[in-house]
Design a protein around this ligand. Structure first.
Ligand code: HXC
Length: 520
């Protein structure tokens, strides 16, 4: 065998060994836990044959606690580039079979390298987490590695989309990288995220809690809102990441890709003319409106289980990617509160950062009252959504479906926050408040002055009717130009699509500044 041939065989053998990570035994253990390996995940995530691996021979440099005797090529993370639906992405997948995927300084350098390439070339960055946290043997070096990843997450924010998959443990400070990225996908029962685990919770607070109860996918999807998606299994989690990317541009300087559709832009839906109940206190399902107006009824909902009184997600309209924000009358009457405000605010800011037009469907009775909300800073949190809409310069199309009262009318992408086109259905009610509340304030003395309860009711009913006649329609707002047109509900799809076509060339700026001071 020639020397060259021998060299090539050594390379092949070394590659094969590296692909086994921490070895077959640990791979089997990973499978027994119902988890895939880092490489199996990447094979599913990326288009077949597109993965280009970097730093396969990198090894850690730690010499503490016998680590100098324990080396695996590539260390505990697999990094590189590949394509998803033909579009480039950069990836890092932590390999739990090598020291539990714990982060060494060398691993951090590998991750930072692909993050830098993602930003330099304007391609999304995806990190699949499955790690025991900072590599304990490395001390501050491991912490430095995390810090350098966090700094890159921050600098890449708003430049390229960043997506985190949580496919195993993600604890301690390690949770902050996913928290800094745009979207997080967790997997039910095999992944968790928390700052301090059940043992510390028990010793400090005396609380007994399991990993799943403390930081499992279901908890973060429904209670904390830390994760945007909770997948049933890893395959579904990976499919979600692929699907999500289909709505996004590669970077902040590009538009999202157009998607061909056979769904006619001019399609009308007569059912929408009937969807608003006669009784204003009766709910209807906003999902029906969303599915009716978007291309092929295809809607990728984000934060599905969290703050269900507002619905957010991506769809295509006339082939264009749009971000949809819609109040849900079926949950808490569609009221805005702390969680729905911050959920929608972050989404609006993402869409604005990445040139995705915003379509807002409004049916909002106001902000949720009460001490719980006030003590939890509903003012500051509500201001986040107000701020997000007000600063957004992407095309903004708003449809006022029914209630649109008080501060929440302004917040929900009103004309006053530079919405480009505001349409209203004939059922829209744009006012400072609903009729009952208004009459109670305006005519309290008149009602009190009459002793007979029946007569009181009579005054109340008469004044309510007067108020409703004046305000329970969109024409006051339309007369003043705050609503650009009153449209038949059945025409909503094509009116929005036509609006988006005309707004496609929109250019709008905000005053020059170092950065804003969003109410946090
Ligand atoms: C070094 C680690 C490690 C770590 C796990 N391993 N975590 N090695 N540093 N942080 C190693 C184990 O020694 C073991 O090595 C292998 O990974 C698999 O771990 P197991 O414990 O056998 O697996 P499992 O039973 O599934 O438990 C997984 C685990 C547990 C729950 C993650 O390993 C664990 O609790 N690890 C420590 C977690 C932790 O406290 N990390 C520090 C958090 S603080 P062998 O050789 O036997 O395969 C932190 C600060 C970050 O991360 C700050 C950033 C700002």
């Amino acid at each position: 065998m020639s020397i060259q041939q021998e060299n090539i065989e050594k390379l092949v053998a070394r590659r094969e060994a590296a692909r086994l990570g921490g070895g077959q035994k640990r791979i089997d253990a990973q499978h027994q836990k119902g988890k895939m390996t880092a490489r199996e995940r990447l094979a599913l995530l990326l288009d077949e044959g597109s993965f280009e691996e970097y730093d396969m021979f990198v090894q850690h440099r730690c010499t503490n606690f016998g680590m100098e005797k324990q080396h695996f090529d590539g260390d505990g993370v697999v990094t590189g580039s590949g394509t998803i639906d033909g579009r480039p992405v950069y990836v890092a997948a932590q390999d739990f079979t090598v020291s539990g995927g714990s982060l060494s300084k060398t691993m951090a350098e590998k991750i930072c390298k692909v993050m830098d390439l993602a930003v330099r070339t304007g391609a999304p960055f995806i990190c699949l987490n499955d790690s025991g946290g900072a590599r304990i043997q490395e001390g501050v070096d491991a912490l430095a590695g995390y810090g350098e990843i966090f700094e890159r997450n921050i600098l890449a924010s708003g430049v390229v989309p960043q997506i985190s998959g949580i496919f195993g443990p993600c604890a301690g400070g390690a949770v902050y990288s996913p928290a800094l990225t745009d979207f997080t996908v967790m997997v039910k029962n095999t992944s968790y995220m928390f700052l301090t685990g059940p043992a510390v919770v028990k010793s400090v607070l005396g609380e007994n809690v399991t990993q799943e109860e403390l930081g499992g996918a279901s908890v973060h999807a429904s209670k904390s809102g830390v994760t945007h998606f909770a997948a049933e299994n890893e395959e579904e989690g990976i499919r979600t990441i692929r699907r999500l990317l289909g709505f996004l541009p590669q970077n902040n300087l590009e538009e999202a890709p157009r998607r061909e559709t056979a769904d006619p832009a001019a399609r009308v839906d007569d059912a929408l003319n009937e969807i608003i109940p006669d009784n204003p206190n009766q709910a209807y399902d906003m999902y029906q409106v969303i599915r009716s107006i978007v291309d092929d009824g295809d809607f990728l909902e984000i934060h599905k289980e969290f703050a269900k009184n507002i619905i957010i997600g991506f769809a295509h309209m006339g082939g264009r990617s749009v971000g949809i924000v819609a109040n849900q009358p079926k949950v808490l009457a569609g009221v805005l509160d702390i969680n729905s405000s911050r959920k929608a605010a972050r989404f609006v800011r993402f869409c604005d950062a990445f040139n995705i037009p915003l379509v807002s469907l409004v049916d909002v009775p106001g902000f949720l009252p009460g001490t719980q909300q006030e003590y939890g800073a509903v003012i500051t949190n509500g201001a986040k959504l107000l701020y997000a809409y007000g600063e957004a310069t992407v095309p903004k199309v708003t449809v006022e479906l029914r209630k649109s009262y008080g501060g929440s009318y302004i917040v929900m992408s009103s004309k006053h926050l530079r919405a480009d086109l505001v349409y209203a259905w004939p059922s829209a009610q744009i006012a400072v408040m609903g009729a009952d509340g208004a009459v109670n304030v305006l005519y309290a003395k008149d009602i009190k002055a009459v002793e007979d309860p029946a007569a009181q009711e009579g005054i109340r009913a008469q004044k309510k009717a007067e108020y409703e006649e004046l305000f329970n329609n969109p024409y006051q707002a339309a007369q003043k130009g705050y609503v650009d047109d009153v449209i038949e509900p059945r025409n909503t799809r094509w009116r929005i699509i036509r609006a988006l076509e005309f707004l496609a060339g929109k250019r709008q700026t905000v005053p020059a500044k170092k950065h804003d001071n969003l109410p946090l």
